[in-house]
Design a protein around this ligand. Sequence first.
Ligand code: ARG
Length: 271
Amino acid sequence: MKQSRFLMCPPTHFDVEYVINPWMEGQLNAANTRLASAQWSSFHKLLSDVADVALMPPVNGLPDLVFTANAALVHRDSAVLSSFRHPERQPESRHYAEWLTADGFNVRTLPDGIRFEGAGDALIDRGRPLLWFGHGFRSDLAAKPFLERWTGLEVQPLRLRDSRFYHLDTCFCPLEEGLLIYFPEAFDEASRSAIESRVPADQRFALSDAEAVTFACNAVNIGKTVILNHASPETAAWLTSRGFDVVPSGVSEFMKAGGATKCLSLRLDEA
Ligand code: ARG
């Protein structure tokens, strides 16, 4: 048994088949599916070196099911199931619920009409008893009291304001020991101040616009390992200076759908 456990879904049926975020514009059927498959396998192998990786079966007609981060918010033995904003992704929830239930999770469902996209928008801090909750594009602020009640964690809402960064995990990545990499301009003023007052300056690293669009914030952190699509020399140096091992895993084909390594995986052991 490794220290962490993740869920992934093979890209058998992956492609860009509709447009629900700015990254997908102009990319209809443009993913190189053989390359996508190779990139997914390389990431799967890198993740498997440091964690146990469970797989759920792919489903024909659900190309975004590969983005398992959107299945649910996992906390201990419960999982707050996603309720997707776009009709194209709504049929995914049933498959995620089935898998999570079979795996032993207590699956909780939000009241009808409250949208919530799981670990795409709800990220547990690794140094404080706090849940960061992104809203404004996919998830509704109305989910906040439920997340609070069901996790027992304080919830800090963060309003997203740049449609390229429509999920919190595209622009914000809590790391071990309370460290953080983030793209400040993706947030409204109040949210940015909340981040900066909760996380001391020497514990956070702000990315430039030029780097944020490489999805450097969409990183997977397991212990001292950080797996991400790409890191600039500056970001890599900051991470290294904090003791992290930076592991690049190119996922260009999945970025055409608006997701990178973090989106392609769901951490299942969240204490
Ligand atoms: N095409 C997917 C969508 O727009 C990408 C999801 C990326 N997942 C994530 N956790 N950011 O919903």
